[in-house]
Design a protein around this ligand. Structure first.
Ligand code: PEP
Length: 255
């Protein structure tokens, strides 16, 4: 099974009309994609975009968040069951913007991951250090702790269903990308951790994405690294040409 994947995170961008047009354009440009492609769209667009990708098994849709409870009095929230019923396969959890602006920590993210898995969703779990941590050379410890807490109490079978996205916060939306060596080193660190805690088979099959200013001109060299299985792409996923080029770059890496 290929580990390679490209996921777009539109964040709070595009109206439903614009979003539908963007997905159509990407699908027209790419055709049958050489890798799994996931559109991470605003909640109001989930159903419409899911309709567009239905019948195209290499395309899928991700929610950008969900609530940790099954149902109840949580005005404004969306549950894992609602997403599954709508045909959604993925949910992005633990994005640094959720951590920073909505005070999400790894304990809460752990509960969301468990809920998502119970409902049958694939979590795309985001982790990554801030600039001061990287400058203090403490990034492996901090990201290791994030991953450990987020996956705490999960079984190897559950962890096998998760996608991890390493997203150094200093690279998100800044135009500064981690070097291929920095990305590879962290991905290798994460994969070793997974191997130690959940077994070498789970680690070997796990998709670990890099996120942080992935663009058409840096995607090929990032994705050529042995442990960088593709990208979680913010800004560039909003431009059909750029996203299509990044998808092609991921398709040309070995699986
Ligand atoms: C993101 O938001 O997950 C992201 C990686 O954004 P960008 O590609 O714009 O840095």
């Amino acid at each position: 099974m290929s580990r390679t994947m490209v996921a777009g995170n539109w964040k709070m961008n595009t109206t439903p009309t614009q979003g539908t047009a963007l997905v159509r354009e990407v699908m027209e440009k790419v055709g049958n994609p050489p890798t799994k492609v996931v559109f991470g769209v605003p909640a109001i667009q989930l159903l419409a975009v899911q309709k567009l990708v239905e019948g195209h098994p290499n395309y899928a849709v991700a929610a950008q968040n969900m609530h940790q409870e099954q149902s109840g009095a949580y005005t404004g929230e969306i549950s894992a069951e609602m997403l599954v019923d709508a045909g959604i396969e993925y949910v992005i959890l633990g994005h640094s913007e959720r951590r920073d602006y909505f005070a999400e920590d790894d304990e809460l993210i752990n509960r969301k991951i468990i809920r998502a898995l119970e409902a049958g969703l694939t979590p795309i779990y985001c982790c990554g250090e801030k600039l001061d941590i990287r400058e203090a050379n403490n990034h492996e410890v901090v990201v290791g702790k994030q991953v450990e807490e987020a996956l705490s109490s999960l079984s190897p079978e559950q962890v096998a269903k998760i996608v991890i996205a390493y997203e150094p916060v200093w690279a998100i939306g800044t135009g500064v990308t981690a070097s291929k060596e920095q990305a590879q080193a962290m991905h290798d660190h994460i994969r070793r951790m997974i191997s130690n805690q959940f077994g070498s088979e789970v680690a070997a099959n796990m998709t670990i994405l890099y996120g942080g200013s992935v663009k058409p001109d840096n995607a090929t060299e990032l994705f050529a690294e042995p442990d960088v299985d593709g990208g979680l792409v913010g800004g560039a996923s909003l431009k059909a040409d750029d996203f299509a080029a990044i998808i092609q770059a991921a398709g040309s890496r070995r699986s």
